[in-house]
Design a protein around this ligand. Structure first.
Ligand SMILES: *Cc1c(COP(=O)(O)O)cnc(C)c1O
Length: 389
């Protein structure tokens, strides 16, 4: 059966060039980069090259870029590391109610251990307004962490503005840019952020490797303790093939940025247009203007998103309901809830995310199947209502 993948925000396939770059570091150049003999040099050099490639994508100095095991580790490092390094100043962290669980659940954990965490509300399109942020700042606030691009609805925050507010109060500013990398401008100097989390597997790189940008001079403690890797800031023998793959993926993302954004956004717009005009009682959640180029988060009124997902899966089409992490549970998406969308409507919501390998034919096939599925499900629900089930 034909497989149609429309879940690029959950993960992406590794590009062939990325895999090719990685392979020699499993079998041929397997030396530990910390060792002192010749076999270790190719590994060491490869990490340096990858660091330059990722740094190039976000316009930082390579010495400000630290590899981690994933985006989640980078987020944990920030929350624990800043709270520790700045605890004399206070124990208050500001983040948002629409963050990825890597931030939300870390904040919840810190709350249980004596820190005070504020989760900012968002407006109906998922934006944190400057006024809302400003009002939450206290003398003991040590960190403000606001995600750049939301993984469910694709809303792109005005990070530059929010970072300015943080800095006007002398507060460290972090952004989780995992969904932003390769999709919107992630130039850290233009954004003015102190810390930024990234992950390779959302940009056609391998799973299990991430990075944290730490602006020179930022007060943050180490999170993973042990050996002297990553200039003594992050212990653990480096995932050399993974890091090489991340570097290659970042270089490709940098080189093909405009092309990628154009491809994704034109296909996404085509898909949204067809769904909203050809299927009644549907609408797009989030912002039209400030949005991830590949994201279409669509509500199908009067039906269950889970049922649509399962029926699409039957046709080989992969999508997600709200967020991949909450799809196994029946609690409505925390992001859509925070945007003020009622629970029964959230249950009829599907996230479609397109990427580099998506074609117009994939989307035509998906819309055609969706039309049949939605008609069928609505018929069943109408019948059940009539019969009083
Ligand atoms: C995927 C994702 C993460 C987690 O990254 P991993 O590398 O999978 O741990 C964090 N934040 C956002 C916004 C994400 O989309």
């Amino acid at each position: 059966m034909k497989q149609i993948y429309l879940d690029y925000s959950a993960t992406t396939p590794v590009k062939p060039e990325v895999l090719d770059a990685m392979l020699p570091y499993f079998t041929e150049f397997y030396g530990n980069p910390s060792s002192l003999y010749d076999l270790s040099y190719p590994s060491k050099d490869a990490i340096a090259e990858a660091r330059g490639q990722v740094a190039g994508l976000i316009n930082c100095d390579p010495s400000e870029l630290f590899f981690t095991s994933c985006g989640s580790e980078s987020d944990n490092w920030v929350l624990f590391g800043v709270a520790d390094a700045q605890r004399k100043k206070g124990g208050h962290i500001i983040t948002t109610s629409i963050e990825h669980h890597a931030i939300l659940h870390t904040g919840d954990f810190q709350r249980k251990h004596g820190l005070d965490v504020t989760y900012l509300p968002v407006d109906e399109e998922g934006f944190i307004t400057p006024e809302v942020l400003e009002a939450a700042i206290r003398p003991d606030t040590v960190l403000i962490s606001v995600m750049y691009v939301n993984n469910e609805v694709g809303t792109v925050q005005n990070i530059k503005k929010l970072a300015e507010i943080a800095h006007a109060h002398g507060i460290t500013f972090h952004t989780d840019a995992v969904q932003a990398l390769g999709n919107v401008n992630c130039d850290v100097k233009e954004l003015g952020v102190d810390l930024m989390s990234m992950s390779a597997h959302k940009i056609y790189g391998p799973k299990g490797v991430g990075a944290l940008y730490i602006k020179k001079g930022t007060r943050i403690s180490n999170y993973l303790h042990g050996g002297a890797q990553e200039s003594k800031h992050r212990a653990g023998t480096e995932n050399v093939p993974g890091i090489v793959g991340f570097g290659k993926a970042a270089a490709l993302a940098n080189e093909h940025f405009a092309e990628h954004v154009q491809h994704s956004s034109s296909l996404r717009d085509y898909f949204v247009e067809r769904v909203l005009t050809e299927i009644p009682h549907t609408y797009l959640n989030g912002s039209r203007e400030h949005r991830h180029p590949g994201n279409a988060n669509i509500t199908f009124e009067y039906i269950e998103g889970e049922s649509i997902l399962l029926m699409l899966n039957h046709y080989g089409i992969s999508v997600s309901t709200g967020s991949a992490c909450s799809s196994a549970s029946l609690t409505p998406s925390h992001v859509l809830s925070a945007m003020g969308i009622p629970a029964e409507i959230i249950h009829g919501t599907i996230r479609f995310t397109v990427g580099d390998m998506t074609t117009k034919e994939d989307l035509d096939y998906t819309v055609d199947r969706l039309k049949e599925i939605v008609a069928k499900l609505r018929e069943i629900s109408a019948v059940s209502e009539e019969k009083g089930w």
